[in-house]
Design a protein around this ligand. Structure first.
Ligand code: ARG
Length: 301
């Protein structure tokens, strides 16, 4: 069922079935990470040239992020690199994870993406092959949607069986309609309106049942109204930290700790005032490709 306005749900979020916190993540070996083409505005500098990545530093930042996840008690699985795929490290995008508790048949599902850009098409089969283990059902989008970028545009409301779906350059509304119907899931679909915020995870980070980090100008009126209604204590991110720091590409696995892109001081203080424990992650080299903590991982359990 698609939710476009607060009334569509018909009851409170608290009446939705509960979901457990994240325990296990997939991250992708950044061996081939680089900026070699531009498929979002972050990848170009002011003069229109591709940004230059310090690949050594990128690999260090990734290793430190991996250690931070492990230190937080998360189980970390690593996807091997794929030749010629510099964006593979953003492994939130090639698939959407649906936890067992959210699927009608009680089995976890992985929904294959339909990547919007040819440069990233082959990442999907590579990730799916790695995940093709017992206990996970893998399926694709069957309907008319040509674009669907998995967990970059799709994320569960913390602790509740409600999926948030971004509609924009990478994912079409039809994909959310199909997923909502197939998994009997309410999908709160929100329209993205600014090319800089091209995935939902660039402008919305779920924190707990009542709070998220978000950047209101990235949404249209209806989307913003839905976020305000379902996240009554939403925390707004300042303009510069949202645009340059990708502060909304943060990840809160458990309603308590927040992995936040480093350098977003205002956001870090706001989270601190709200009682969250902030774990800063240096990911500046990955921001050059338009991604940070949230999309450098795929929750898989
Ligand atoms: N360069 C990648 C792309 O444009 C970055 C993806 C970042 N992912 C995300 N969910 N924000 O596809």
């Amino acid at each position: 069922m698609l939710i476009r306005s607060p009334e569509d749900l018909g009851h409170s979020i608290r009446e939705l079935a509960p979901l457990p916190p994240a325990r296990r993540v997939l991250i992708a070996d950044p061996r081939d990470y680089d900026v070699r083409y531009a498929i979002n505005p972050h990848m170009l500098d002011g003069s229109g040239a591709l940004k230059t990545v310090d690949r050594e530093l990128a690999r260090k930042q990734w290793r430190d992020m991996k250690s931070a996840f492990e230190a937080a008690g998360l189980e970390v699985d690593v996807l091997p690199p794929l030749d010629g795929h510099p964006d593979l490290c953003f492994c939130a995008n090639p698939a959407l994870w649906i936890p067992a508790e959210a699927a009608p048949n009680g089995t976890a599902h992985l929904v294959r993406s339909r990547m919007a850009h040819a440069e990233r098409h082959d990442e999907v089969a590579h990730l799916v092959q790695h995940m093709n283990v017992r206990g996970v059902e893998i399926e694709g989008i069957e309907g008319p949607a040509d674009r669907f970028e998995g967990s970059g545009d799709g994320m569960f409301h913390p602790g509740r069986r409600l999926l948030w779906g971004g509609v924009g350059p990478r994912t079409e509304l039809a994909a959310w309609a199909e997923i909502g119907e197939r998994f009997e899931l309410p999908v709160a679909a929100v329209q993205l309106v600014d090319p800089l915020f091209y995935h939902l995870d660039t402008c919305l980070a779920p924190l707990d049942e009542e709070r998220c980090l978000w950047f209101p100008p990235a949404f249209n009126e209806a989307g913003a109204a839905l976020i305000r209604a379902f996240y009554p204590r939403a925390i707004e991110v300042a303009d510069r930290e949202a645009r340059e720091g990708l502060a909304c590409n943060a990840w809160c696995p458990d309603g308590e700790r927040v992995f936040l892109p480093a350098g977003c001081e205002e956001t870090a203080s706001a989270l601190g005032r709200h009682g969250f424990q902030v774990i800063e992650i240096e990911c500046g080299e990955f921001r050059k490709a338009g991604g940070a903590v949230f999309c450098l991982k795929l929750v898989i359990g």
